[in-house]
Design a protein around this ligand. Structure first.
Ligand code: TLP
Length: 363
């Protein structure tokens, strides 16, 4: 299914649904990497990195872009750029910046996450507004709101553009900045049938990942105005992210940007197919209508087992997935798993849930 990848059907092949980060570069990416023109990017002399940054800025209709090694670093640079030590950052409770970035916003940027739960992870202004601190010198001051689109741990949910724009406008009126963790923003754009520029235009900064559904081996991009990116560039060096002949990676990123978005629709169809199959199994709970991009999260409490136990049993049947909570399993579709792989995963899960629950989990 992945353009240019020829894989022999193998019924024993591992179906790796742990994440879309597991995708391997396509032959076209590898060829471009081998042929990439490179230079020292710390001197700003890598032509391929410069092309990637210019192309990303053009696609998102932004003044500037910065290639960063990871999404975590991109988010941290944005937080460093928009806050001062002791500030607060409002985000959804299960946001990646809150749960999966090793508390870097506190440990490195010196700020506190101020979290709020939201249905499907989709914040609205009425949930944010009460959390904004009064302007009193002895209180932490709210500086930033971060949104996540798609929302990973709520199952790849998508912000309606009007809701995200309303938050941005009202936050700006309140003197706050808004950063978008758009690790999977291309999935959101495909689900909405809009361009990435259209759905992100009101944010002060945007981070997206090349290394997830777009299939590049490494890298993310941070976007914003010239001055913001200039400061992020300095801080990237400070964090140890000054890379040298990194055009080798940018070359893959350029292909990811041009070629990959158009095939994400297949990942979404596979995720829906997976969700429908799962919903039909006894002991598994999920609403397939909730699955609109490439992430499927389902509850396994009804099987009498924990998510970790289900994952372990599935691994024994060469299907890999991860526990996103004690009783929630996450499966992510991507370019390295086709419909045959999804069907193989479904039949493995059907066998696992039909098996008697292990005694230890019966309580
Ligand atoms: N997400 C990973 C894990 O860290 C959970 C995954 O497998 O989904 N924002 C969002 C919304 C993400 O999902 C991730 C990675 C990141 C940021 C961080 O990107 P990287 O891994 O490049 O630092």
């Amino acid at each position: 299914m992945h353009s240019g990848r020829a894989e022999a059907p193998n019924k024993n092949a591992v179906v790796d649904l742990r994440s879309d980060t597991v995708t391997r570069p396509t032959p076209a990416m590898r060829a471009a990497m081998a042929a990439a023109e490179v230079g020292d990017d710390v001197y700003g002399e890598d032509p391929t990195v410069n092309r990637l940054q210019a192309r990303a800025a053009e696609l998102f209709q932004r003044e500037a872009a910065l290639f960063v090694p990871t999404g975590c670093m991109g988010n941290l640079l944005a937080i460093l750029g928009w806050t001062q030590r002791s500030n607060e950052v409002i985000c959804e409770q299960r946001a990646h910046v809150n749960l999966y970035e090793l508390a870097s916003m506190s440990a490195v940027a010196g700020v506190m996450p101020r979290t709020v739960p939201a249905p499907s992870g989709i914040l609205t202004w009425d949930r944010i507004e009460p959390l904004i601190r009064e302007k009193i010198y002895y209180d932490s001051q709210t500086a930033l709101v971060t949104l996540e689109n798609t929302h990973n741990m709520h199952g790849g949910t998508v912000y309606p553009t009007a809701v995200a724009e309303d938050i941005c406008e009202r936050a700006h009126d309140a003197g706050l900045r808004v950063h978008l963790d758009g690790a999977r923003i291309f999935n959101a754009a495909v689900a909405l049938g809009k361009s990435v520029a259209e759905i992100t235009r009101k944010f002060d900064s945007v981070m997206f990942c090349l290394s997830k559904g777009l299939g590049a081996p490494v890298g993310s991009i941070l976007l914003g105005a010239h001055e913001f990116i200039k400061q992020a560039h300095i801080r990237r060096k400070m964090l140890g992210g000054g890379m040298r002949q990194v055009g080798i990676l940018a070359a893959a990123g350029l292909i990811a940007l041009e070629a990959s978005p158009k095939r994400l629709v297949l990942d979404h169809e596979n995720a829906r197919h997976l969700a429908k199959g799962l919903a039909a199994l006894k002991g598994i709970a999920l609403d397939p209508a909730h699955v609109v991009t490439n992430i499927v999260i389902f509850d396994v409490r009804g099987t009498g087992r924990t998510a970790a136990q289900i994952c372990e049993q599935l691994a024994g049947k060469t299907v890999l997935c991860s526990a996103s909570d004690k009783y929630s399993v996450r499966m992510v579709t991507h370019c390295d798993v086709d419909r045959t792989g999804i069907d193989a995963a479904l039949s493995a899960i059907a066998q696992v849930v039909a098996d008697k629950a292990p005694a230890a989990a019966a309580h």
